[in-house]
Design a protein around this ligand. Structure first.
Ligand SMILES: CC(C)(COP(=O)(O)OP(=O)(O)OC[C@H]1O[C@@H](n2cnc3c(N)ncnc32)[C@H](O)[C@@H]1OP(=O)(O)O)[C@@H](O)C(=O)NCCC(=O)NCCS
Length: 173
């Protein structure tokens, strides 16, 4: 049974483990994995900082962080960050989502996204995201949620010596 819920402080270790699993995945199985990575896997202390900043944002109202949980394990995360809090673009939130590989294709991403978008209503007026143009699964999901393309940035991501194009999409809430 999958539970979609808000982020908890206790999620840190599992979310960092998930994040590291995407580094292993892109290196060994899916070189075209549609997430944007650092050049090398960040050390645990940087992950602690990443998580602390997200949690701080949740408390200040600048981040919506939603977790998909199964059997007590956080298996997916969707976060929306206010774009430049305090500036004239702060009505816009930037969305990211990832589900751990073993749990994909079971409708969890869709559930997680629906709930996250619900939570964003009243907090943000518009959501934006970037998706690899080859990531058809994610694109279909975003279109299903009502996201509309507003452009493509060619060669937006450089992974080793390979470039990927990024489709930019928005959703008015
Ligand atoms: C993209 C991702 C979040 C989707 O989560 P998921 O749990 O695998 O997706 P779901 O099972 O909920 O499927 C949601 C929708 O995706 C689309 N979809 C799923 N499998 C698909 C496939 N093989 N081909 C095309 N579309 C597909 C469908 O629109 C589906 O909705 P439907 O079942 O009502 O038709 C997940 O696959 C993931 O984490 N991928 C790796 C990281 C990533 O690419 N993140 C997005 C960065 S922009």
């Amino acid at each position: 049974m999958v539970l979609i819920r808000g982020l908890k402080w206790a999620d840190m270790n599992q979310l960092v483990d998930n994040y590291y699993s995407y580094y292993d995945e892109v290196r060994s199985e899916t070189p075209e994995l549609g997430l944007v990575f650092y050049h090398s896997k960040p050390a645990f202390e940087y992950e602690v900082e990443w998580f602390s900043n997200i949690f701080k944002g949740v408390i200040s109202g600048d981040v919506i962080g939603m977790v998909a949980e199964e059997d007590g394990k956080a298996i997916g995360f969707c976060d929306v960050h206010r774009v430049m809090p305090g500036y004239e673009v702060s009505h816009i939130g930037s969305l990211g989502i990832a589900i751990r590989k073993e749990y994909r294709g079971r409708g969890i991403g869709k559930m997680l996204m629906k709930k996250t978008i619900e939570q964003c209503k009243g907090n943000f007026e518009m959501l934006i995201l970037g998706v690899f143009t080859g990531n058809q699964k994610a694109i279909s999901l975003y279109e299903d949620m009502g996201f509309i393309e507003y452009g493509i940035l060619h060669n937006a991501i450089k992974r080793g010596n390979k470039y990927f194009d990024e489709k930019r999409m928005y959703l008015t809430l």
